[in-house]
Design a protein around this ligand. Sequence first.
Ligand SMILES: [Fe+2]
Length: 279
Amino acid sequence: MTGWEPEEEELTIEIIDRPAKIIQLTDPHIFKEEKGCLLGLQTRLSLTAVIEDIKSRHIDADLILATGDISQDQSTESYEYFAQAMQQLETPVCWIPGNHDDVHKMAECFDVEHFSSAKKINLADWQIVLLDSALTGQVYGRLGREQREFLKKALASHQAEYLLTVLHHHPVDIQCQWLDPLGLEDADELFELLDASSAVRGLLWGHIHQVFDQYRGKIRMLATPSSSVQFKPLSKEFAADTESPGYRILELGSDGKIETEVRRIEHIEFTVDYSVKGY
Ligand SMILES: [Fe+2]
């Protein structure tokens, strides 16, 4: 763990007679420098394009989940930029750290209007539980005992009928040989908890910069394109993909179903350097 302690704070968003609408925005990799680039792509520009798209299509969203790798360089400036940019949406933002993040700086910089540090969010029949899988100085992730205990307690409380669990790292292999060892180390322990609960309907993550959508029993497992550069699916070695930046829209129904789609920002010219062989 990165030293972040699960807080008792809960966020409750009132939803009446309709599905809860959630936006997942992940892996923006913002730099301290205004024109900072990841593999040749200016990440502040692509985040702006994503935010503009959300603003024009989903201003009615109930919640935004920012699922880690907010910063590329852990700079205060990168977090402040992200907070300011997201505040335009005037929608509650909850967040978790990724492997590139400094959780303490995030907590400081995200102590602003519309941002919440709550890791349990209640929306009508649903509860969303946010988990910290980041390990200081490591690209791979681990929840560790404390985070798993946090989840266990949330599951045991039976506060909501359905549960969506959110983390940064992938808990299953995605058939990307270079990326699979960089997933969640204690995935077996996580699934032991999730499989024992009949309430869990969704497991959502970032980190892999590509789409993933598979079921494990009743649990829909989902990952989402980055709001910056994409990684090539099924690739043996590190490779950037030609796909556009994107985000995910989720609707959590009162029947426990998750309706979801990925939206790509196609109309912007991006200049990703596909020749780069490392991340
Ligand atoms: Fe990332």
